[in-house]
Design a protein around this ligand. Structure first.
Ligand code: SAM
Length: 287
């Protein structure tokens, strides 16, 4: 079969199956071979690798992944795409297609079964409506993975790289930077997709640290504090943490911790670095 990255081939497949794009699933299919090759190169895939692809669509990138990797596990939520994938990927014996919601799958178990628990490489043109939950859940559930090479909205890529004081800085920046080193491998304009998204996109590569640059005693508490701080971004840290229903930490406890850290009582979460959130969490976990 001719490659689906040629727009004409994609259009033919869509017509042949009478496929209707589902906006609710964030379906924007790639139709640019150069972009796909750039993703594959950035992901540094070789024959020894098992790749987890989230949302294969009609299999456009999967065709290239199957040619470079030892094995590809492709998880697609839309059951209407399954017969199409069985057709477009028929000649590749190293692809397993799973019709599931990636957020509902037990990925640790899947990696155990499909790759004997060895780390996989995640490669995806992510559905934009759930980019953040997908990335956070891959990291927080400690799914064995080497790296993620993902297409996201340009704005999300900026958030991943942002530091304290920037308007883009938030819970996603901190989560990503705790687990991995992010860098932007390419900017991708809307005309590389069908249908065209309303925003610019970027390919981001996240290489997981063997050991996080910041040590913290209770990772879960730190991320609860981070979420609480950015849920109420305009509030002071003492208010946003004391208001969080799931924390049970008083204003006074936060004030005491801030004093120990030589920080202003009126400081906001958006000005704390990852190391400072770790320190705050360690002090509060002693109480
Ligand atoms: N990889 C294809 C490409 O590059 O042409 C399609 C990318 S499209 C941006 C996102 C894909 O993710 C769609 O095929 C969509 O149906 C699928 N998807 C959306 N939500 C999903 C979920 N929760 N779990 C698995 N796949 C999902």
């Amino acid at each position: 079969m001719e490659k689906l990255s040629h727009p004409q081939v994609t259009i033919e497949i869509i017509k042949k199956y009478g496929f209707v794009f589902q906006k609710k699933y964030g379906q924007n299919f790639l139709i640019d071979e150069h972009v796909i090759q750039k993703i594959i190169r950035s992901a540094e895939i070789s024959e020894g690798d098992t790749v987890l692809e989230i949302g294969p669509g009609i299999g456009t990138m999967t065709q290239y992944l199957a040619e470079s990797a030892g094995k590809v596990i492709a998880v697609e939520i839309d059951r209407k795409l399954i017969p199409i994938l069985e057709d477009t990927l028929a000649e590749y014996e190293n692809v397993t297609i799973i019709n599931e919601d990636i957020l509902k799958l037990d990925l640790e178990q899947l990696v155990k079964e499909e790759n004997q628990g060895r780390p996989v490489k995640v490669v995806a043109n992510l559905p934009y409506y759930i980019t953040t939950p997908i990335i956070m859940s891959l990291f927080e559930h400690h799914v064995p993975l080497d790296s993620l090479t993902v297409m996201v909205q340009r704005e999300v890529a900026d958030r991943m790289q942002a530091g304290p004081g920037s308007k883009d800085y938030g819970a996603l920046s901190l989560a990503v930077q705790y687990y991995a080193k992010p860098y932007i491998a390419a900017n991708v304009p809307p005309n590389c997709f069908i249908p065209r998204p309303g925003v610019g996109s970027a390919v981001v590569r996240l290489v997981r640290y063997d050991e996080s640059p910041v040590a913290v005693k209770d990772e879960k508490l730190m991320f609860r504090l981070i979420r609480a701080s950015f849920n109420q971004r305009r509030k002071t840290l003492q208010n946003s943490i004391a208001n969080a229903g799931n924390l049970n930490i008083s204003k006074q406890q936060v004030l005491d911790a801030l004093e120990k850290m030589h920080l202003s009582p009126n400081v906001r979460g958006e000005s704390l670095s990852l190391a400072e959130f770790a320190m705050l969490s360690d002090i509060l976990s002693e109480n």
